[in-house]
Write a protein that binds this ligand. Structure first.
Ligand SMILES: [Fe+2]
Length: 502
């Protein structure tokens, strides 16, 4: 052990040194005054100090303070020939470990030394135990943070990989919603886009939002205000109902204020947004959920941009519309794949009539979308198991006009747009929406009308059985020149068995 003796009595200090050296202590250093002692504790460390209460240059208690400041754990034994109760208490209060009254025997000194060094060892052991516990706690904390980080990185990587696997915009939107509902606790999520004309909002994919939209996936909004509201850091909590422009949006008003939105911009323009309702008491998303949805939407924006390099933005929009037609038809037990069959029949009629390649191509792309306007009509009406009331029928009759406005910015030719707007016009001028007659009705619309009517007649409905293809053809024949263009019906008949309901 290294021991410091601070004693101005040369005889006593020499005696103590000799005695301690005999006890095989590593080093014994003697200082004759306070200043010397202060310098010594700064130069080297000791395991124990004996300090005289009365020193030539300073009070022993002052030196005690100064040594404790330098090394708080160093045990100090005070020595005095004339101790008072006051000085003893003061020394103990300042942290002295023991008090030896002169004259003391060398054995007294050895005992004091043994006692205080034992105390010090315990103190140090205790201290190192505390440090160890502290270090362990800290390590556990760091480990937990690391694990959380690894988990989060894993989730981000997973999101990235899942979106990279998507090959078409048709599959992308359901995937965004699926991933969002998996990485958060939200049970109500939807992905909305703003079609190019920017004054309506289209729900392209959803999970648990049926009650909000009641089957209508298209609603009128104040486009500019919506763009402004979403031009902020995500997530944006907005009250969608404030932004609805039309009068037909009542069902959308319910619950919409609870949605937080993550806007998705493509090349600086608002393309759409992911909206989700937080669950639980707090009704807010956790920081991790926010981070994951932020990443998901940013990654989705990149994916859409990359896709747009292959499909044009317009082509991308066709994909979205096609997925909406699929979603619409998937809900209908009776007319599933109606648009696909109508397109097939229409193509065969067109071939029989010798239509141009451009017309054939128009039927291929736009024919599939002839009923797209139905996304603006409530499911309860579209899938009604009984015959519609006249009021409901009037609503359904709006679908050609709604469809025409959806595709208005796609740069279609009048004949192509006519497929959507005029596929319910009748040859005798009693159809809708514009009451066109005979050759005023675009040629391709007349073709789709016959194909559409044939598929409707040969499909089963809740309130009637399916008609046989033969009976349906006869019905078309009967209505030649009234409802249908006679040439188109003839071409359909001539296409023969190819047009049988497949
Ligand atoms: Fe229709």
């Amino acid at each position: 052990m290294k021991i410091l003796i601070v004693e101005d009595d040369v005889v006593l200090s020499e005696l103590l040194r000799e005695y301690l050296q005999q006890l095989d202590h590593e080093r014994v250093r003697v200082c004759f005054n306070g200043q010397e002692a202060e310098a010594a504790v700064q130069e080297e460390s000791f395991d124990c100090a004996f300090v005289d209460l009365r020193l030539p240059d300073m009070d022993g208690l002052r030196l005690l303070d100064s040594i404790k400041r330098e090394d708080p754990s160093l045990p100090i034994v005070m020595m005095s020939g004339y101790p008072t109760m006051g000085s003893t208490i003061e020394a103990m209060r300042k942290g002295a470990s023991d008090f030896l009254t002169k004259p003391f025997t060398l054995q007294d000194m050895a005992l004091a030394l043994e006692r205080v060094t034992k105390e010090r060892r315990l103190l140090l052991e205790n201290l190192s135990l505390q440090l160890e516990i502290q270090a362990r706690n800290q390590l556990e904390l760091v480990n937990k943070e690391l694990q959380d980080k690894i988990h989060e990185q894993g989730q981000l990587f997973g999101i990235s990989r899942e979106l990279d696997e998507v090959r078409s915009s048709e599959d992308l939107y359901p995937r965004i919603v699926e991933v969002a509902s998996r990485v958060t606790s939200s049970k109500q999520i939807g992905f909305f886009i703003m079609p190019p004309e920017q004054n309506s909002l289209m729900l392209v994919s959803e999970h648990g939002l049926d009650r909000l939209h009641d089957g209508r996936r298209l609603v009128q909004v104040r486009g500019e205000q919506l763009k402004e509201a979403l031009n902020r850091e995500s997530p944006v909590r907005i009250n969608l109902s404030d932004l609805f422009g039309g009068t037909d949006s009542e069902t959308w008003l319910r619950n919409s204020s609870r949605l937080s939105c993550w806007p998705l911009h493509i090349r600086g323009e608002l393309f759409g947004f992911l909206a989700a309702a937080a669950n639980g008491e707090e009704k807010v998303f956790s920081q991790t959920e926010i981070k994951l949805l932020d990443f998901l939407v940013k990654k989705a924006a990149l994916t859409i941009e990359n896709m747009a390099l292959y499909e044009s933005m317009i082509g991308n929009f066709y994909g979205i519309l096609k997925s909406l037609v699929n979603a619409l038809e998937a809900k209908d037990l009776y007319t599933g794949k109606h648009s696909e069959r109508v397109t097939r029949y229409a193509l065969r009629i067109a071939q029989r009539l010798g239509c141009s390649p451009a017309q054939i191509e128009a039927l291929q792309t736009v024919g599939y979308l002839h009923d797209i306007g139905k996304i603006g009509i409530a499911d309860s009406i579209l899938n009604k198991p009984t015959v519609l009331t006249s009021q409901e029928y009037e609503l359904v009759k709006k679908h050609p006009v709604i469809g025409d406005s959806i595709v208005s910015e796609l740069g279609l030719s009048p004949e192509e747009r006519g497929i959507i707007r005029h596929h319910h016009e009748r040859w005798d001028g009693t159809g809708y929406p514009d009451g066109l007659a005979r050759e005023e009705i675009p040629h391709l619309a007349r073709i789709v009308m016959v194909a559409d009517a044939f598929d409707a007649m040969t499909s089963k409905r809740a309130y009637r059985d399916a008609m046989s293809p033969k009976d349906a053809l006869q019905e078309l024949q009967r209505n030649k020149g009234k409802q249908f263009d006679a040439d188109v019906v003839d071409a359909f008949r001539e296409a023969g068995s190819a047009c049988d309901a497949e």
